[in-house]
Structure formats: C-alpha cells, structure tokens
Design a protein around this ligand. Structure first.
Ligand SMILES: C[S@@+](CC[C@H](N)C(=O)[O-])C[C@H]1O[C@@H](n2cnc3c(N)ncnc32)[C@H](O)[C@@H]1O
Length: 255
C-alpha cells in the first residue's frame, strides 16, 4: 500500500517509520510512506501556507493553492492517480474498524493532515474525497490522527503482524470488545489467573474467552451488544450467558 501524507511537520511521521509494527511492515515492503510539505509549494517568498480568515475571527486558515499544488504533485508522482484524498478533521465521519478494514484494501491513499483553525473550504470541496475524525475531541493538528489511521491500516496488511490471528481476534474485528488476558506468574499479589486458561483445554478456553468478550462488551459498550443483537450475531447461548451476569443485568435501562 502506498500512503502519501501532506503535513507541515513531516518528521512527526518518524513515529511510524522508526518504531514497532509499522516500522517492521515498512521494512518488509508491505507499505510505503511519501511525505509532502505544502510549504514546498508556497507561492510567495515567505513560504506562506496560511492567512487570516475572510470575515474576521480567530485563528488562521490554510491556503487552498499550496495544498492544491501539493495534491497535484502527489497525483503526478503517485502510482495510483485515483487514490482517495482523506482529510483528517473533527468534522469528519468517526473512524471505526469497518472503515479501517475497507481502506486497508486500497492500493493507495493520500492523507491531508492540516493545522491551524481550518482549511479553505474550496480546497476541501474540490480536492478531498472524505473527511475522517478520530473522535469527538480536538487535537492540535492532523498528524496524530493520520498516524492513528495509518497504524490501524498497516496492522491489517497481510504479513504485518507475526500472527495474523491477532488482527482477527482483536477488539472490534468481531464487533465485540476483547476479554481479559493473563500471563506469568500464575499468582500475582494473591490473585490467581483463571484456572481455565491453565487447563490446556482448547474448547473450554475458547468458550471462556468468548463469554468474557461478551461480558466486557456488555459492561462497557451496550451499543455494540445492541448492534450485534440487531444483526443476528448473538446466539441463544450468548443471550443466556448475558442474562446470567449480574453486572450486566443490573445496569440501568439507558446506560
Ligand atoms: C485545532 S484543529 C482545528 C479544529 C477546527 N477548528 C474545528 O473546530 O473543527 C487542527 C487540525 O487538527 C486535526 N484534528 C483535530 N481534531 C481532530 C479529530 N478529532 N479527528 C481528526 N483530525 C483532527 C484536523 O486536521 C484539524 O484541521
């Protein structure tokens, strides 16, 4: 997968290229990162990429022209001229694992990581295909959101994780949250790890893990349980298990 990022702080993306799973996947050739600084496409001697908003108000607005020229250069250099352009923005559609999965199947995409108060709307209207938010809160720039998106995509690329089952079993891939995990020692501060996990009985372990996943999801994200129910993904055995958990059945109706 080819990823082009537009950012005035391209070095921030070293966090992906130098560390962890994303770095290893890059070295394995599973994805490539191309960084583009819109200052290199500024049209004045000061390398301006922002200006005061028409109509007044706080903050600065990113200029449309340097961004349009950057995107044109990416299209000219890119392996896939039809790669979608995504702007990271709190106004965008909230990112979820289903969208991550769909994007991870594309050969290329371009991410616009903006700064300041806003981007000139004409640039967004004419050159951006989609806006994505990483949550209902505001951070100072699009770099961290873009890196979160890239990281979530890369771990789904075949060969990125040493054990491909990890991506399949993770929270959200099944529509549920993951249950608890334990490792050595068997007893920590007087608390023993669940006996079933030490039993070596694979079927019992799988059943226990599934039940814990249902329990954790019901305790923390009843909306995910409601969706699983609506989509027919809960079996009668799942429903019986949920009905037997006091911490779930005692929750107030609207929690
Ligand atoms: C300070 S924010 C601008 C916020 C903007 N004035 C607003 O209220 O929507 C600067 C940049 O950070 C990025 N950003 C901030 N919060 C984000 C979020 N929740 N999801 C995605 N990008 C975000 C966007 O690229 C945004 O243009």
């Amino acid at each position: 997968m080819r990823v082009d990022v537009v950012s005035i702080f391209p070095a921030m993306f070293d966090a992906l290229t130098e560390w962890g799973i994303t770095s290893r996947a890059l070295k394995r050739g599973l994805w490539e990162l191309h960084r583009w600084n819109p200052r290199d496409f500024a049209r004045d001697a000061y390398r301006s990429i922002d200006d005061r908003p028409f109509g007044g108000g706080q903050g600065m607005v990113m200029l449309a022209e340097p961004l349009a020229d950057t995107l044109a250069a990416i299209a000219a250099a890119g392996a896939s001229p039809r790669a979608p352009v995504i702007h990271l923005s709190p106004r965008g559609r909230p990112l979820d694992q289903a969208r991550v999965k769909a994007l991870s199947e594309l050969p290329a995409l371009t991410l616009l990581a903006s700064r300041y108060e806003a981007v000139d709307q004409r640039l967004l209207d004419r050159h951006v295909d989609e806006e994505i938010s990483i949550g209902d809160f505001v951070v100072s720039g699009g770099e961290l959101p873009a890196m979160m998106l890239i990281d979530s995509l890369v771990r789904l690329l075949p060969g990125a994780l040493n054990d491909a089952r990890s991506a399949v079993e993770e929270s959200f891939s099944t529509g549920l949250l993951e249950g608890p995990h334990y490792t050595r020692p068997e007893v920590f501060e007087g608390v023993t790890a669940p006996e079933v996990l030490l039993s070596g009985h694979h079927a019992r372990i799988a059943k226990w893990r599934h039940e814990q996943s249902l329990r954790v999801t019901a305790e923390r994200r009843m909306d995910l349980i409601a969706r699983a129910r609506a989509e027919g993904r809960l079996t009668p055995a799942d429903e019986r298990w949920l009905a037997s958990i006091p911490s779930v059945t005692e929750q107030p109706e609207n929690s």
